[in-house]
Ligand binder design. Structure first.
Ligand SMILES: NC(=O)C1=CN([C@@H]2O[C@H](COP(=O)(O)OP(=O)(O)OC[C@H]3O[C@@H](n4cnc5c(N)ncnc54)[C@H](OP(=O)(O)O)[C@@H]3O)[C@@H](O)[C@H]2O)C=CC1
Ligand SMILES: O=C(O)[C@@H]1CCC=N1
Length: 280
């Protein structure tokens, strides 16, 4: 768990009303963890979730209200929509009641465009794409605001998203499909790398437990080095690669014409295409 800032300094203390989180699954739950860790008062949060985990249900001890009806919630400053895009049409019917004329709606759903959100929910829409390292304050989110989002609302969205890591604002909504494919889905590619590195280690003769320990520590340590270093990824890679050594032998395979580049290009293209399909 990352450190909590003092409540006096947290912009999450000044959101000016209730935050409703619809969908407290893997990503919504990660965001909520981040908000509470960064000083958002549980009493300012309502979670709408048909099947809450024990962890989410236990947050009632911190004042979080679970499945409070729209009529009981009062003025909603912000509705964060974190249900699956395939569930949105069904969810929207119930969520509309939480949205007033000046409610900020922050959607993290893959694919769903601002126009669909505005049409189904009303309010002032920010479309955002976070990723699961948000749970430890190390996420990265890209956000785009509808034309009717006020500067104050943009500040609220920024505070909520920044509580879980970095935030990049863009003006062009069309970028979000590729963003989803790179950083939204990206953690899965990195975890797959850890899985496959361990598997390849076992094939090279390592005991399974040791192979997983090495793969996990290598991916995590390399990620942390990339995070902390001023050097770019290519330079850090070159720093591992002794001339005529073992890394050069491996990179010859990974950087071949049919290697990592075309594979990742195809993977990102497939995810981008899927994001566009989810718009419907
Ligand atoms: N996972 C990730 O890494 C990322 C996900 N996203 C986006 O976040 C959203 C959620 O994804 P993820 O957390 O992975 O999915 P999950 O299935 O883990 O979470 C969605 C949650 O919403 C609940 N739910 C279903 N219907 C409703 C409803 N009508 N009202 C309120 N809650 C409801 C689901 O309950 P039940 O399971 O019972 O149906 C579930 O707990 C998606 O739109 C996804 O595109 C964005 C960035 C990254
Ligand atoms: O797989 C998905 O559709 C979601 C969006 C990005 C990460 N998970």
């Amino acid at each position: 768990m990352f450190a909590m800032t003092s409540s006096a300094q947290s912009p999450l203390q000044q959101l000016g009303g209730t935050v409703v989180l619809a969908g407290a699954g893997k990503m919504g739950g990660a965001l909520l963890t981040g908000w509470l860790a960064q000083g958002l008062d549980g009493g300012d949060v309502v979670v709408i979730e048909p099947h809450p985990t024990e962890e989410i249900a236990a947050l009632s001890a911190r004042g979080v209200r679970l499945n409070a009806s729209a009529g009981d919630v009062g003025a909603v400053s912000t509705l964060v929509v974190a249900v699956k895009p395939q569930m949105f049409a069904e969810a929207a019917a119930a969520l509309r009641g939480y949205v007033g004329p000046s409610t900020l709606v922050v959607s993290i759903m893959a694919g769903k465009p601002i126009a669909a959100l505005s049409e189904q929910l009303g309010g002032h829409v920010v479309r955002a794409m976070p990723n699961t390292p948000a749970a430890i304050g190390r996420g990265i989110t890209v956000a785009v605001a509808a034309g009717n989002v006020t500067a104050a609302q943009r500040g609220i969205a920024d505070a909520l998203l920044r509580a879980t890591g970095g935030v990049e604002w863009v003006d062009d909504e069309a970028l979000i499909d590729a963003v989803t494919a790179v950083s939204g889905s990206g953690p899965a590619y990195v975890f797959l790398l850890a899985e496959e590195l361990a598997r390849a280690g076992v094939e090279a003769g390592l005991p399974e437990g040791l192979a997983m320990t090495l793969a996990r520590a290598t991916v995590a340590g390399s990620g942390e080095l990339l995070h902390r270093s001023d050097l770019d990824a290519a330079t850090l890679r070159k720093n591992v690669t002794s001339p005529g050594g073992t890394t050069a032998a491996a990179l010859e395979v990974l950087m071949a014409n049919d290697g990592f580049r075309p594979l990742l290009t195809r993977a990102v293209a497939a995810a981008t295409k899927r994001s566009k399909e989810l718009a419907k």
